[in-house]
Design a protein around this ligand. Structure first.
Ligand SMILES: [Zn+2]
Length: 271
């Protein structure tokens, strides 16, 4: 279908094929690297038969989309930290946060800062806590310097519910707490940990980033993006503003937000 429309599509299923995509001549890419979810970054195979990282996919997408002189909207989702939280596996969850950070840094280095609005946000939090009063420099996957009331150590990271529930606490539940498969303890037994209900941050930098300050309903984010990029339902409002600016300044409107990048995550950085 894409070919019939005069576009150059590509389908890839491993890292080598992904690396071979030429962003200068490829218009659309479908990458299916797993039968189900992609690997956690902690155990991802970066070799030719493996999978690209989130940052590598972000860079490739920007290289392709940058060819459009009218700009682009890119949504990058770091979805696997959600799954790690549902398993009360704090190690993998925080490792996925670092993979997202790599993607954001790669994007901000590649896209021109003057006309790129970059957002980083989450669609919900998790019942994940960072507690205790350990000294500065204590490993985040370690235990507090003081034990619980029964003299048993407890980890800095804990969950409100999930499969990490151990019943009556004992020392065996705090062994190898920095291991990749360690489950932080949970207060209530559930097969899967649940999402949380607190507000999540929306970080923004670039043109129109001032629209994203304060507290607002999440549906506002899409409308603000629509206005900033002059696309979708808020395009008439954006066009009216540009027209008014033209009258006032007798100049062509600024092409701010010509490029727009949204980096979203499925889950929270609720720590
Ligand atoms: Zn979830």
């Amino acid at each position: 279908m894409k070919r019939r429309a005069g576009r150059q599509p590509s389908y890839v299923w491993n890292k080598q094929q992904f690396d071979n995509i030429d962003p200068r001549s490829t218009d659309t890419v479908l990458g299916l690297f797993e039968a189900s979810h992609m690997a956690f970054e902690l155990t991802r195979d970066p070799g030719p038969g493996g999978e690209p990282s989130l940052a590598e996919m972000t860079v490739k997408a920007i290289q392709m989309l940058s060819r459009n002189e009218r700009g682009f909207l890119l949504i990058v989702e770091a979805g696997r930290m959600d799954h790690a939280h549902h398993a009360n596996n704090g190690r993998r969850a925080l490792d996925e946060v670092l993979a997202l950070e790599d993607a954001v840094l790669a994007a901000t280095q590649l896209a021109p800062a003057a006309d790129t609005l970059t957002l980083v946000t989450a669609d919900h939090s998790h019942v994940f806590t960072l507690g205790g009063a350990p000294p500065r420099g204590n490993p985040v996957f370690g235990t507090d310097s003081s034990p619980d009331v029964n003299g048993i150590p407890y980890t800095t990271l804990l969950y409100g519910n999930g499969p990490g529930y151990v019943g009556e606490r004992n020392r065996s539940s705090v062994r190898n707490t920095s291991g990749a498969d360690y489950r932080q303890e949970a207060a209530v037994p559930l097969k899967y940990e649940t999402h949380g209900g607190e507000d999540v941050p929306v970080y923004a930098v670039g043109p129109w980033s001032h629209l994203f300050s304060g507290t607002f309903e999440q549906s506002y984010v899409a409308h603000a993006i629509s206005f900033a990029a002059c696309i979708g339902p808020r395009k008439p409002l954006c066009m009216a503003r540009q027209k008014a600016e033209r009258v006032v300044t007798n100049n062509a409107p600024r092409q701010d937000a010509a490029l727009l990048l949204l980096a979203a995550t499925l889950v929270s950085l609720s720590v």
